[in-house]
Design a protein around this ligand. Structure first.
Ligand code: SAM
Length: 292
């Protein structure tokens, strides 16, 4: 049976592709997304003049495909939906946490500026990173007014998808994408380029950085430790065993007392004694109570 001109894939063969994607990206492709897989594979098969799914699978297994080919295949299978201020409660929680951490820091080290590092995991096209940076910038101004002291912050975005990261690092968005933002935020944090294009201001851009990487393999790419790890709408596409592996990796990048903020329903439970669930009804967060 064929869907348009995409040959059907036998259930056993589909299971092999499911396992391959799961093993390399954590992504668990449900049966309902089989057509996305076959449509994406058929494009590759034609492009590489291969005989069919089996030939492509064996090339992939043998490592005969370039990293970029594999990355763009994965890109067509992952969901990149995002927007500014998507998870308002989680964002508010992150900002409140940073505020109290900074105020505690001012008390402990009155002569030192406070440094706060945030990591957005699965940042897609950058809106989440810039939302966090804008909110941190607002916080920084208000703390300077109220306490006369500075905070320095950085927001790092990581994603497996090269095309999404290209958009993220450019930081250009249409007016429609900025629709949900108050006018004052657009005026203050974006430069209008043309009729419909807005550029994230340099002031915010210089507080951010974007890194391509797989959350299962971040050890070499991210060495620093974070105060906040923000991971929204990423783990929902993974099986439970994979979710736990990612949480374990993320935990290792948290400073003591730092928080991991997950999307609602992203995990049902966490298998880590040193992550303590924060009592907050509006968002799902865990504090790292382990050692440095
Ligand atoms: C639905 S978007 C979520 C974007 C943003 N966090 C939000 O909530 O609006 C999920 C992102 O996770 C990325 N992703 C999926 N698997 C990944 C992996 N193994 N490593 C890094 N990023 C991954 C995808 O490329 C995609 O851009």
């Amino acid at each position: 049976m064929a869907y348009f001109d995409v040959p059907d894939m036998e259930p056993q063969e589909f299971s092999l592709w499911q396992s391959l994607l799961d093993e390399r990206t954590g992504l668990w492709l449900p049966e309902s997304r089989k057509i996305f897989l076959t449509a994406a594979l058929v494009r590759y098969i034609k492009d590489k003049k291969l005989s069919g799914y089996k030939a492509l699978y064996s090339k992939l297994k043998k490592g005969d495909l370039t990293v970029l080919d594999w990355a763009s295949l994965v890109d067509t299978l992952t969901v990149h939906e995002t927007c500014y201020y998507r998870e308002k409660n989680a964002i508010q929680f992150a900002v409140d946490y940073c505020k109290s951490k900074a105020i505690d820091g001012f008390k402990l080290q009155p002569d030192e500026p406070q440094h706060i590092q945030i990591w957005s995991v699965g940042c897609s096209t950058g809106e989440e990173v810039y939302t966090l940076a804008i909110e941190m910038d607002k916080l920084s101004y208000s703390l300077e007014e109220s306490h006369g002291k500075k905070i320095y912050f950085g927001v790092t975005g990581v994603d497996i998808s090269y095309p999404s990261l290209n958009v993220a690092s450019e930081g250009r968005y249409s007016s429609k994408q900025l629709d949900s933002l108050p006018d004052a935020v657009v005026r203050c944090y974006f430069d209008k380029l043309e009729d419909d294009v807005y550029q994230v201001s340099d002031n915010i851009k210089r507080r951010t950085c974007f890194i391509q990487g797989n959350v299962f393999d971040m050890g070499k790419k991210i060495k620093q430790k974070f105060d906040v790890i923000f991971c929204q709408n990423v783990l929902i596409y993974f099986r439970n065993e994979r979710k736990q592996q990612v949480v374990k990796q993320l935990k290792e990048r948290l400073k003591p007392g730092g928080v991991l903020i997950l999307g609602h329903g992203e995990v049902t439970s966490i298998e880590a004694d040193d992550l303590k669930k924060v009592d907050n009804k509006l968002c799902l967060a865990y504090e790292y109570v382990g050692k440095a």
